[in-house]
Design a binder for this molecule. Structure first.
Ligand SMILES: [Zn+2]
Length: 163
């Protein structure tokens, strides 16, 4: 069983009232959000985003190293001026170490994934600080780009800044 038939049914419903077919390509609110792929975090709803508002770049952990290519495109080709980093409580990235991920791949499918840095982190707040610092020190991210880092609480739906 695949989820695709359900997706297509939901999309028919979505498209039946869709009226945003003329939005410009560059994000209207000139912001890129980097967020974890966690299923409990819905950046659009948690941040009040509509179609056309923002780039939302998602990966395991919401880590900016993985998102750098997209961030540079977002800023240099599509006009965004601000980056919001969103990690979250109870993140899966807190639950394993690099060697655990490599071992799981080996055990499950017999392949060597040791060339991939899975980038797990042991400290949630520090992971946000590290990502802010990574972008601030990266020459591909100009100084006039505003950078903000925060944590979304899966328990409350609230977002708090990490300083
Ligand atoms: Zn996560």
């Amino acid at each position: 069983m695949s989820v695709v038939p359900e997706f297509l049914a939901a999309n028919q419903k979505y498209a039946s009232t869709f009226n945003k077919g003329s939005l410009p390509l560059p994000p209207g609110r000139k912001v890129a959000v980097v967020a974890c792929m966690d299923a409990r975090l819905d950046p659009a709803r948690a941040l009040g985003l509509e179609e056309g508002d923002a780039h939302v770049i998602r990966n395991a952990g919401g880590l900016v190293k993985d998102a750098l290519r997209s961030l540079v495109i977002s800023e240099q080709l599509l006009g965004t001026k601000e980056i919001v980093i969103l990690h979250h409580t109870d993140c899966g990235m807190l639950t394993f170490k690099q060697e655990d991920a490599v071992a799981a791949v080996k055990k499950n499918i017999g392949q060597d994934a040791s060339h991939i840095d899975f980038q797990p982190f042991p400290d949630l707040e520090q992971s946000v600080r590290d990502d802010v610092a990574f972008l601030k020190s990266n020459k591909l991210i100009p100084d006039d780009i505003k950078i903000w880092g925060g944590i979304y609480e899966v328990e409350t739906g609230k977002i708090r800044e990490v300083k």
